[in-house]
Design a protein around this ligand. Structure first.
Ligand code: BG6
Ligand code: MG
Length: 223
C-alpha cells in the first residue's frame, strides 16, 4: 500500500449533517421533503447532481430554469458555508488524526478525493492541510462519483498505480467509485449501505494504518 485516498464529508469530519441540514432547508422552501433515507442517495454526490436528484424526487425536474437551479445551489451552499464556519480541529472524527500520523510515519502518501468544492477550506479549518500530498479538484472532473474518475485522478496526482492505493468512503456512490477505479475500498458506516466495499467498519475509530495495510495485502495478495 503506497497511498490512501480519503473522502472528506462523513470520513474525516461529519459535515454530512450540515449538507443534510442545508438541503433540507432548501427542500422545505420548494415543497420537497428530504428525509434521512433519501439523504443517503445524496452522500458523495456533487452539488448539481444532488439538486437534480432532489427535484426529481419532488417531480419538479422541469419546473425551474438553469439560472433558477444555479441560484438554488448557491443558496444551499451559502447556508452550508455558514454551518461550517465554526469548524475546528475538535471536529475531526475519532481516530482520523491518529491515522494521518500513522500514515505519515510510514511514508504512505495521502490524497483527498472529495466531491466537495469546499474541501480545501474544511481541511484548513481542521488544521490538517499539511498532511495531504495531493487534493483532487472536483471542478475539473468530467464525471462525479460513482464514476471512478476522481479516485483514478487522485492516484495519478500522487504518482502511484491504482493497485497501490486504498480508498476510504462513507457513501455508497463513493464505494462504487473506488471499486470502479479498481482500488481496495474501505467503507465507514453500515454494511446495508456499503456492502460492496472490500471491508466495512462501523466507525472511523476502527481505521488504523495496520487495518488498511492488512485489507490491502489480503486483497491484492502482496503481503
Ligand atoms: C460530498 C458530499 O463530499 O460533496 C455531498 O458527500 C456534497 O453531500 C458534495 O453534495 C459536494 O459538496 P459541495 O461542498 O461542493 O457542495
Ligand atoms: Mg462522504
Amino acid at each position: 500500500m503506497k497511498a490512501v485516498l480519503f473522502d472528506l464529508d462523513g470520513v474525516i469530519t461529519d459535515t454530512a449533517v450540515y449538507h443534510y441540514e442545508a438541503w433540507k432547508a432548501l427542500g422545505t422552501k420548494i415543497g420537497i421533503d428530504i428525509d434521512e433515507e433519501f439523504n443517503e442517495q445524496l452522500k458523495g454526490v456533487s452539488r448539481t447532481d444532488s439538486l437534480n436528484l432532489i427535484l426529481e424526487k419532488g417531480n419538479k425536474q422541469n419546473a425551474y430554469t438553469e439560472a433558477e437551479k444555479t441560484a438554488m445551489a448557491t443558496e444551499k451552499n451559502d447556508l452550508y458555508k455558514t454551518l461550517i464556519e465554526k469548524m475546528s480541529p475538535a471536529d475531526l472524527l475519532p481516530g482520523i488524526k491518529n491515522l494521518l500520523d500513522e500514515l505519515k510515519a510510514k511514508d504512505i502518501l495521502i490524497g483527498l478525493a472529495s466531491a466537495s468544492q469546499n474541501g480545501p477550506v474544511i481541511l484548513d479549518k481542521l488544521q490538517i492541510t499539511n498532511y495531504f500530498n495531493e487534493i483532487v479538484d472536483p471542478a475539473k472532473l468530467k464525471a462525479g462519483k460513482p464514476d471512478p474518475e476522481i479516485f483514478v485522478t487522485g492516484a495519478q496526482q500522487l504518482g502511484v498505480n491504482v493497485s497501490e492505493c486504498v480508498g476510504v468512503e462513507d457513501a455508497a456512490a463513493g464505494v462504487d467509485s473506488i471499486n470502479a477505479a479498481n482500488m481496495v475500498s474501505i467503507g465507514v458506516g453500515e454494511a446495508k449501505n456499503l456492502g460492496k466495499a472490500t471491508k466495512v467498519v462501523p466507525s472511523t475509530a476502527d481505521l488504523t494504518a495496520g487495518l488498511l495495510e492488512d485489507v490491502w495485502s489480503e486483497t491484492i495478495g502482496r503481503a
